[in-house]
Design a protein around this ligand. Structure first.
Ligand code: PLP
Length: 297
């Protein structure tokens, strides 16, 4: 088994005068502290899939991601810990001959074999990969979709709200949205009355909602109406960190002593601050932001 995560992860309340003025309390669910090599939503989403891989005798994992994918690094680290092989299908065949960036270097150092494919081929491959297996030499690889978001991952992410006591009408649990698995799990795991808010980190209006709905269908066989996705804070697109986001993150660390991961967590925190300032939360709302990852090294 994968070494256990430190659960429940801490729940901390922040003192934010600007939010207090509009009647909003902000808490952080520190999933970034869950596990040293498979932190944040990665542990939540991978752990049930890894248990299945071991139980069903798979010899390795194959998954998909971009050049800086946290999911790729986390899958490589988890596979190594479990004695499984791992294959990463990487978007962009132009990267193959280039020196590896820090993220791909870390994946390779953990034993992952990287296969670079063109963007077109990548799009074809990632479609419809919600868990299938592939023969690879003498081994059998469990294939995980991009971002690791499948029905088991959704069940894993549902463990996040299950660790937050006394959720109810006044609560909004908030997370970044990349492939939608984390938001789908949080919404699926909320008690009646509480709501989930996802912050899109890429341009994906409509598309991301469909992904979450499909994940709900796959995981629960039904739809939920307790969530929505905010699309106003993707910062120009996936991986983009505009100067105002960087400035916000630096100030956030200065005030609260927590350095927020930029591409997902800082976008989410900035969105919550801006939405609160715009009066989007009723006075008395308690917003819990899930810290889904750690800053880049
Ligand atoms: C740190 C971090 N937070 C959030 C997400 C988005 O989660 P999901 O893909 O489940 O929407 C990712 C990527 O998967 C991530 O790396």
């Amino acid at each position: 088994m994968l070494s256990p995560a430190a659960l429940p992860t801490p729940l901390v309340t922040l003192d934010v005068p600007a939010l207090a003025r509009v009647g909003v309390r902000l808490r952080l669910k520190r999933d970034d502290l869950a596990h040293p090599t498979v932190p944040g939503n990665k542990w939540r989403k991978l752990a049930p899939n890894l248990a299945l891989a071991v139980e069903q005798g798979y010899t390795g994992l194959l998954t998909f991601g971009g050049a800086y994918s946290t999911h790729i690094r986390a899958t490589a680290a988890a596979a190594r810990e479990l004695g499984l092989s791992s294959v990463g299908v990487i978007r962009g065949d132009e990267l193959a001959p280039l020196p590896r960036n820090w993220s791909l270097r870390a994946a390779e150092a953990a034993g992952m074999e990287l296969r670079f494919v063109s963007r077109g081929r990548y799009r074809e491959l990632v479609r419809g990969t919600d868990r299938w297996s592939e023969q690879d030499g003498d081994g059998r690889l469990l294939v995980l979709p991009e971002g690791g978001s499948n029905a088991l991952a959704v069940a894993g992410a549902a463990g996040i709200p299950a660790e937050i006591p006394e959720l109810g009408e006044r609560d909004v649990v908030c997370c970044p949205v990349g492939t939608g698995g984390t938001l789908a799990g949080i919404a699926g795991g909320l008690p009646a009355g509480a709501r989930a808010l996802g912050v899109a980190v890429l341009r994906g209006e409509g598309y991301l909602e469909r992904e979450v709905a499909e994940l709900h269908q796959a995981a629960y066989g039904r739809q939920f109406d307790n969530w929505r996705i905010h699309h106003g804070h993707h910062g120009g697109g996936y991986g983009r960190v505009p100067p105002e986001l960087e400035a916000f993150a630096v100030e956030f660390e200065r005030r609260h002593g927590i350095d927020p991961e930029r591409r997902y967590v800082a976008k989410t925190l900035l969105a919550v601050h801006d939405l609160a300032a715009a009066g989007e939360f009723r006075p008395g709302t308690r917003v819990t932001v899930v810290v889904t990852g750690v800053p880049d090294p």
